[in-house]
Design a protein. Structure first.
Length: 317
């Protein structure tokens, strides 16, 4: 077992790191007297003198991203973090979070606020972004990642859109071996195995009633072969979405089981009409481009272009 001195050192280092991290996010400086006073409040840490401080500080500098510099002018230590993100880099990260559609607007606002508070930079407005999340996205990601680390299966229900543009459970008690969480086209997918020797993927925002199990996951080598690795890039290459082009009115008649794919592509504000005969009609202003043509062709006989005539003719060629 570790000695008592080693346990005290570990505890003191942890408390010192917490204290200095807090200072780096707030007033940016602290005196040695203030450090000693705060750490000595923890009676179990033992004595804390200048020599101990310098030894602990040297160790923390080696193993963390904190940097302390003594300022004779203010007679205090300035606390900084190495490799700070600049505003341009932070903007890229925040824009990626804003563009993500797996979470809710409330979750996005909370995460962006934490990031900007951490970096001490002006806030970016969260607005006019399509959000398809049904809530608890980060909690679900944590549960799945823990199961991946433990190599155990997860159990969940799966939701799809109805004609009220609300989620409803369509599959219950999906027992899945989770292998990877991937971000693709502004959504997060769980890639796993539900049955047989094939991969399947599930959108995070459509997963509900998620829970871990103690059942071991299916060995991934049973699917891809022993000694081989999962080709994530090739798997994701097959998952495409519409992008940009000239905007125009498009009317397409679909079989009703295509509703989820339409909402995935254009968001839950897309204008659709339930024809109540096993079909629905998309009638909206959308981008008209080659990707749209390929996308419609992918539905085969389940989609019929009504307008515009030029798009209809291209589809029929």
């Amino acid at each position: 077992m570790p000695s008592l001195d080693l346990d005290l050192t570990r505890t003191r280092l942890l408390e010192l790191y917490k204290l200095l991290s807090e200072v780096s996010l707030t007033k940016k400086s602290i005196t040695l007297g203030e450090i000693k006073e705060k750490l000595n409040d923890h009676g179990e840490l033992g004595s804390f003198d200048r020599r101990t401080f310098y030894r602990d500080l040297s160790l923390l500098s080696d193993i963390t991203n904190l940097k302390l510099e003594y300022s004779p002018k203010i007679r205090a230590y300035k606390v900084e973090r190495h490799e700070k993100l600049n505003e341009a880099e932070l903007t890229v990260i925040v824009n990626a979070i804003l563009a993500a559609r797996f979470d809710t607007e409330a979750e996005t606002r909370s995460l962006v606020k934490k990031i900007y508070n951490f970096a001490n930079l002006p806030k970016m407005k969260v607005a006019n972004r399509v959000k398809l999340g049904a809530g608890k996205s980060f909690e679900k990601i944590g549960i799945i990642q823990n199961a991946i680390n433990r190599q155990t299966k997860v159990l969940f229900d799966y939701q799809k859109y109805n004609f009220d543009k609300n989620y409803e459970v369509t599959r219950k008690d999906c027992l899945v071996s989770p292998y990877k969480l991937v971000w693709h086209n502004d959504k997060i997918y769980l890639i796993g195995n539900f049955g047989g020797n094939v991969f399947s993927h599930y959108r995070i925002e459509r997963i509900c009633n998620l829970r871990e199990t103690d059942e071991p996951q299916k060995n991934i080598s049973d699917i891809i072969g022993y000694g081989r690795t999962f080709d994530e890039a090739e798997y994701l290459r097959k998952m495409t979405e519409l992008s940009s082009g000239e905007v125009g009115r498009v009317v397409i008649k679909f079989q009703e089981d295509c509703l989820g794919e339409v909402i995935d592509a254009f968001g839950n504000k897309v204008r659709v009409k339930n024809n109540k005969d096993g079909t629905f009609t998309l009638d909206d202003e959308i981008f008209i481009n080659k990707k749209l043509i390929r996308w419609v062709l992918g539905f085969g006989k389940s989609a019929e272009v009504i307008a515009p005539n030029k798009l209809r003719e291209e589809i029929q060629i």
